[in-house]
Design a protein around this ligand. Sequence first.
Ligand SMILES: [Ca+2]
Length: 443
Amino acid sequence: MFSGHYISVDTSQGTSGDTAILLSPELYTGEWSCIRLIYQIATASELPLGSIALNLYIRVEGESFDHLLWTSTEHSESWLIASLDVRNRTDRFKIILEGILGTETVASIAIFEIKISTGYCIECDFEENHLCGFMNRWNPNVNWFVGGGNIGNSQSVLPRDHTFRNEFGHYMYVDSLYVKHFQEVAQLVSPKTLTPMSGCLSFYYQIQQENGIVFTIYTREVNGFYEELWKADSPMSNDWLLGEVDFSAPYPMEVIFEVAFNSAKGGYLALDDISFSPVFCSNQTGISFSSIQATCTFEEDFCHFYQDHKDGPGWSRVKVKPNAYRLGDHTTGMGFYLLANTKFTSQPGYIGRLYSPTLPENLQYCLRFYYALYGFFKMRDSLAVYIFEENHIVQEKIWSVSETSRGIWIQAEITFRKPMPCKVTTNVFCLRYCYFQFLLNES
Ligand SMILES: [Ca+2]
């Protein structure tokens, strides 16, 4: 039960089909920040047919359009929490919350709280409500609970919190007391990363065990694939241990803290002070390559890509409203992409090259990009991808377009590995319009 106020828009005000806009004051954060939004979308129908939605935009001072940061159409019977990373920016901006009631006859969108704090959404010291958007995945026998403070709901002798090192602080813990089956797991799921990030994820943990406890950290991407990120190797500890792992999230993913027990005598595990730093954990002797350095959706700029303007007119970063003649961008349908255009020369022409940042040697890369071509002629070789060594002497064509233009986004995927540092470049000989978006992952 809570008492208090919230802000809402609903169909009882005769606003069916309308859009309600809530505008923040002008904001400035020189640092990476996290917007936490507690909201509810409620409808009378089980499966809402109308286009009811809550959108959050960033409006940057001096720009004539808004960046869509997040959208939700999920209706629920309780409050939901959304955590949205806003990367460090030097300009002033406003947050716009847009509630669209669509064609629902009985519907409401309510916002209970908006909180902006500096730091990453994935960070948490578990000292405030809502657990920073972390969620326990419910299991009948083992679950993550809040420990510390005045909470005395466990029969185990639990540790003191790490943040304050006193009895008032809080942390998360899992206790084996009610484990009934072999290999029961408790999962604590982080908020989903929505903004690309890479660096060092760190946390403090404590394991008190009598019999077999496995603490593993996974990442889970949107279509449900798990990847192991880290596993505890210390069998037992009587104090908080620091865990650190390199973490790269070029696309949305969740981090899952999983504890597996073998029996009810498994002991407990406690977790506190999850934090993130944009530099990798240690400068190990090996090559540290983050795919973020070579990934670009061209939403804000060219990232680490560049052009040599001596080569030709070059690519332009554009944003167009999709219509019968033009596509929207591939990422959101509303964002930016690169456009090469020969319409002013009326002749097919050489456009230029787009260069990737330098890629370390001896790693297997997967280059994925989306392109669309418009024109009246055969497109063979009009768009090609080359690899060249840093000294620009050796050049190798690894891909070129072979189909006739179809005016739709097509995905291309190329894997390669080179014994020396190299760059990827596109050679564009474009007829009418060429569209391009670029993603590069180490595979
Ligand atoms: Ca704490």
